[in-house]
Design a protein around this ligand. Sequence first.
Ligand code: SAM
Length: 215
Amino acid sequence: MKLKQLESMLGELQQFSNPKAELEQYPTGPHIASRMLYTAENSLGDVSNKIVADFGCGCGTLGAAASLMGAEQVIGIDIDSESLEIASLNAEDLELDINFIQCDIRNLAWRGPIVDTVVMNPPFGTRRTGADMEFLSAALKIASRAVYSLHKTSTREHVKKAALRGFGASSAEVLCEVGKCAFAATCLLFSFLGSIPWSWKMTSMFRMLFPSNIS
Ligand SMILES: C[S@@+](CC[C@H](N)C(=O)[O-])C[C@H]1O[C@@H](n2cnc3c(N)ncnc32)[C@H](O)[C@@H]1O
């Protein structure tokens, strides 16, 4: 699928009708979501024929993007039933087969690397301190390949340190920085040794920063 087509399809999705501030329910826009998944697939091979989990899936934008990019199986997880209803309708509209689970990420009982890739735009922890770290810790426990996550740029060093020293990631590289959205966000990729050498991934990530590669 072409990037523009992906972005346009994601732009049609229904978003939170009544966002709950305490759950930090802000949607990932189609521009960022399409580039995140397009890059994850086309530059790093982390999506097609892979099992992908969308943590805090909300209305399902990132999971839908993963499915459109050829994921074998997509599982969307969110604590909020209203969001999951919208996410299900969105998947239905696009004729995508996505499994949705209502669960607090803190209570996720999954153990071991049971998915290939996690994609997420977690709560930044502005309403409940540490929420972003809970998501990160849970994601790094269950992904065998990579975790793609959006974080506030101001927390970048903290997030990298936690991923590398606390949660066992072998690398944590900034893929791109989005400076013009309401909250500047940093897209980080946490990759694992074993698939592609991290240095190769790092080079690719730098290349992805050039607009010509993703337009
Ligand atoms: C920033 S929004 C991202 C929504 C969606 N992934 C997107 O990209 O548009 C964060 C999501 O995390 C969910 N969430 C917040 N706390 C959660 C928790 N403890 N467990 C599971 N989901 C949670 C919220 O309901 C919300 O849908």
